[in-house]
Design a protein around this ligand. Structure first.
Ligand code: UT7
Length: 319
């Protein structure tokens, strides 16, 4: 059996905030943001627009693309750092809204690596026969965690959601997840964190990041994870058709591509149009490249991410 990606969907809030608009709020400039990150704009959720709303919209599109209905899904995993409420899981709301009345629904918290962790988790459930079809979602209203006085972080992030439908199918077509690799090193906890939480501060808190230190870790660990995912699958990196990375910073994408000798045409890049959407970033990019026809059925795709924890990982699948 293999966990086959049958459909992809995504959703972005309507409101777009450009670098020019941000530079009226904080001491920054379009030039600095574009040169250092590649980001030109980000989507920001309306006050009454919740993570679950974005997740539900993306899921509906993924189900439609997959040709599946609520009755077919028996596992929902939402990767998010910005749940609607501390509990229950945002996945429970998504499940109810979609009319899924069987199986389990829970959230996974690995910040920007969340989608890779959620995909790896779902793949294990499907491969063990403990679920038949899963919705794996990355959804964030990350703007809620931003300190709008901190120019080092507030220019980087945005809101959005992406989802895939994953179904256990007999391994006849070679489609599906081939390998996953996830890692956490809690010693680097303080490089990227939120300074609040129910247990420690009884509050939500704001994002704090030692940007340049995370940057250095990112290039090294992302490259390592990509090589490991390929090694576990017994393939070399040059046989991969498409690279769909976490969209944190154009310079990180360039650095990884240079290190591994990956041609720029094979890398899906969306960071310019929606910035870093944390767990939503990989499925948003995947959706863009599937919908515009770049990624085709049968092609080999490698996803990767790194985020707070630190966490990082990669997954290789055939569409
Ligand atoms: O998704 C989770 C993982 N996160 C990441 O992967 C993010 C990794 N880090 C990065 O992408 C980059 O480190 C940043 C984009 C956050 C920063 O770029 P950098 O080239 O590492 O800059 P820096 O932090 O070393 O700061 C350079 C200068 C500083 O000024 P001084 O001290 O040299 O005078 C900052 O104060 O840039 C200044 N700066 C800004 N200037 C204008 C920082 N933010 C801004 C800003 N506008 N928004």
């Amino acid at each position: 059996m293999r966990s086959v990606i049958l459909g992809v969907g995504a959703h972005l809030p309507e409101r777009v905030v450009t670098n020019a608009e941000l530079s009226q709020r904080v001491d920054t400039s379009d030039e600095w943001i574009v040169e250092r990150t590649g980001i030109r704009q980000r989507h920001i959720a309306a006050e009454d627009e919740l993570t679950s709303h974005l997740a539900i919209a993306a899921s509906r599109k993924a189900l439609e693309a997959a040709g599946r209905e609520a009755k077919d899904i028996d596992l929902i995993i939402v990767a998010t750092t910005t749940p609607d409420l501390t509990f229950p899981a945002t996945a429970a709301r998504v499940q109810a809204a979609l009319g899924v009345h069987q199986g389990a629904a829970f959230d996974v918290q690995a910040v920007c690596s969340g989608f890779v962790f959620a995909l790896a988790t779902a793949d294990n459930f499907l491969m063990r026969g403990q679920a038949k079809a899963a919705l794996v979602i990355g959804a964030e209203t990350f703007s809620r965690l931003l300190d709008w006085e901190d120019r080092g972080t507030c220019v980087l992030f945005g809101d959005g959601a992406g989802a895939v439908v994953l179904e256990a199918q007999p391994d006849e077509t070679e489609r599906g997840v081939i390998s996953t690799f996830i890692r956490t090193d809690g010693r680097m906890h303080d490089l990227l964190y939120v300074d609040g939480g129910p247990s420690q501060t009884n509050s939500v808190g704001k994002v704090r990041m030692v940007g340049n230190a995370v940057f250095r870790q990112a290039v090294e660990h992302i490259s390592g994870a990509m090589l490991e995912a390929c090694a576990r699958a017994g393939v070399t990196i040059d046989t991969v058709d498409w690279f769909v990375p976490h969209q944190a910073n154009q310079r990180i994408l360039d650095g990884v591509a240079r290190k591994l000798g990956i041609p720029a045409e094979k890398v899906v890049i969306t960071v310019g149009s929606h910035g870093n959407t944390s767990a939503a970033s990989v499925p948003l990019a995947l959706d863009a490249a599937v919908r515009d026809g770049r990624i085709k059925k049968g092609q080999l795709v490698l996803i990767e991410a790194l985020g707070g924890g630190l966490t990082w990982g990669a997954a290789l699948f055939r569409m």
